[in-house]
Design a protein around this ligand. Structure first.
Ligand SMILES: *Cc1c(COP(=O)(O)O)cnc(C)c1O
Length: 400
């Protein structure tokens, strides 16, 4: 199917997304056949994607009032929500708890909210989860993002804050601590990280005599990266650890995948629109930006492939080409292309593995949001049109 679509745009390949969803379900099914997938909204909350995962049974894992509202808007019921993070809203916190959805407490403020709620519904039983903050770095030296310092989330085990929160919760007559939340971000996303997280779940259960209906391991898995673990590598190890003190009969395993689910299926298609030589440096200007695919400016390399415009095949090899974005910021340099054929206007650069933390973190800077297409056996289908001033001004007021 030959189509010329105005670049830049994202493409989600539906069969690859389906493959990853199936791979996760299969890995869970065969290792811990009592599970719930909660898709991490912050990683990419494109409506098409969210609805696709919802249809397959995923819950919405949300970390703010706005994400909660989006989940409700997209048709998730309150009992299909996993509510996490330090910045919940009190009204949505209450709604989810009243409906029997999953809330993982992150702060003493939330313990107070729960106390008010439980007080006003004395005949109702509330089941909550509690997020544990623990020294994962000590268990996996050099692998975590928090490093030697501490994580910022949840109740700290080592300082006794976890124990004291638990004590307070246990004093409420109609509240039970039914779940543990152990999400921790790591640089390595290794199997060993998840082994350690599962061990921590066991340690907390034993030390505090918890009776848990769920253990929520959070997100942070790898997916679609050459030489790195995939879902089937994690769950046998996680299950092996959890089996020491849990059984699938009694305890549900909750996972909150984000990037691992959507990275591999997503590409970003850009075109070269100009080249220029300045003081011996060749700049290749493209209509994509680093803000589209690396908005946090942390990537040191990109996976990509090229499509040369067929007209020119006699291309000189250039020692260095600085592939740059369209924006007016100097830092918008995407990668250094070394000892490669000259790139010319019309060539396409297609970035791979760009599904996570790209669309959701894109700024409305200089150019508005690019279009998103889904590719399947029926061809390409637009699931988000490129933003125009019409979308940009919505909700604004001014005098004409
Ligand atoms: C960010 C986050 C996730 C998803 O993380 P990925 O690295 O995208 O898999 C899941 N759970 C919580 C609580 C998070 O903050």
């Amino acid at each position: 199917m030959k189509e010329t679509i105005q670049t830049p745009y994202f493409v989600i390949e539906e069969p690859i997304l389906q493959r990853y969803y199936d791979m996760l379900e299969e890995a869970l099914c065969s290792n811990w056949n009592n599970y719930q997938i909660g898709y991490s909204f912050k990683t990419n909350s494109l409506p098409w994607l969210v609805s696709y995962l919802k249809k397959r049974g995923a819950f919405a894992e949300v970390v703010s009032d706005d994400e909660y509202s989006l989940a409700r808007y997209m048709g998730f019921r309150d009992d299909e929500i996993i509510y996490n993070g330090p910045y919940k809203g009190e009204a949505s916190f209450r709604s989810v708890l009243l409906a029997g959805g999953i809330v993982n407490l992150d702060s003493m403020q939330e313990v107070r909210w729960l106390s008010d709620l439980a007080g006003s519904f004395p005949t109702k039983n509330f089941r909550v989860g509690i997020r544990a903050n623990f020294n994962l770095e000590q268990m996996c030296p050099g692998e975590t993002t928090m490093g030697e310092l501490s994580g910022r989330f949840g109740f700290c085990y080592e300082t006794g804050k976890f124990a004291s929160a638990l004590e307070i919760l246990r004093a409420f007559p109609n509240v039970s601590v039914a779940g543990l939340h152990l999400h921790s971000s790591s640089k390595s996303r290794s199997v060993n990280i998840f082994r350690s997280i599962a061990r921590m779940a066991c340690r907390l259960k034993e030390e505090f005599g918890l009776d848990l209906s769920y253990v929520d391991l959070g997100g942070g898995y790898c997916g679609g990266m050459e030489g790195r673990p995939e879902y089937p590598d994690y769950f046998p190890v996680i299950a092996e650890e959890l089996h020491r003190c849990f059984t699938p009969d009694q305890t549900k395993l909750i996972v909150e995948p984000g990037i691992s689910m959507i990275s591999k299926c997503t590409t970003f298609v850009t075109s070269v629109f100009d080249t220029r030589d300045i003081k011996g440096t060749r700049y290749v200007m493209t209509d994509g930006s680093r803000f589209n695919i690396d908005p946090t400016m942390i990537k040191s390399s990109h996976l990509f492939h090229l499509q040369y415009v067929p007209a020119r095949s006699d291309r000189p090899i250039l020692a260095q080409q600085v592939v740059s974005g369209f924006s007016c910021m100097e830092v918008d340099r995407i990668f250094l292309h070394e000892n490669q054929p000259e790139l010319i206007p019309g060539d396409r650069i297609i970035y791979e593995n760009v599904g996570g933390y790209t669309m959701s973190l894109n700024p409305l800077f200089i150019q508005y949001f690019p279009a998103v297409y889904v590719k399947n056996e029926d061809g390409l289908q637009m699931v988000r049109k490129k933003w125009t001033p019409e979308e940009y001004v919505q909700g604004s007021y001014w005098e004409v």
